[in-house]
Design a protein around this ligand. Sequence first.
Ligand code: 13P
Length: 248
Amino acid sequence: MGRRKLIAGNWKMNGLRADGTALAGALAADSGAGSDVDVLVCPPATLLAPVADALAGSRVALGGQDCHAKASGAHTGDVSAAMLADAGCAYVILGHSERRQDHGETDAGVRAKAAAARAAGLVAIVCVGETEAERMAGRHLEVVAAQIAGSVADDATAADTVVAYEPVWAIGTGRTATSDDIAAMHAHIRALLARRLASGGDIRILYGGSVKPGNAAEIMAVADVDGALVGGASLKAEDFRAIVRSCG
Ligand code: 13P
């Protein structure tokens, strides 16, 4: 069995009820997916319930953008993995570079959150990626290796874990890594996963960073690219559908 492609939309801190439910409704009616592509949207926490309603009965899955490592308790402003599952989520994005930057998230913290997510029955999408300075210094492979070693648990499986490679300098900038650079990094991540984990060869590795309808087909054709984590282009139904369709 080959790895099924996964196209995930990360809405980030965008969307009020009217436009979020309209977007979800449009994707529920037509996500652009053939039978061999998984489609996911990750709205902000305030929209999980109405988006779950809008997606009901469709093939589009729902995910959160973060969760706390604890199941419940005195953690003002946080959301637990069990709460996400209860709201209808099947996935949660963890360790996005914006959270690593804005909230000081560490590899160990991401690993703890991923354990909580998996315990709650969610698939953890663990994000890794180097900064521009790290790439310029030729350290991108070692930086991502350290993030994988620290953030991905030793018992992670293809059923409960997805890795997303998002070079920080490509996020929201309109710049994408070249196909050769993506191929080299995804092969590196694949080797790291396969060496350490029993199902490391089956874990999906997504690319993220300025994926658009115009570049998606080329990126999706790169070896070991098992889908995309899409930011800005996931906010327009037509663009997101076109990216889904680019999986072939
Ligand atoms: P953009 O697609 O807007 O570059 O965002 C990528 C991203 O951060 C997805 O998580």
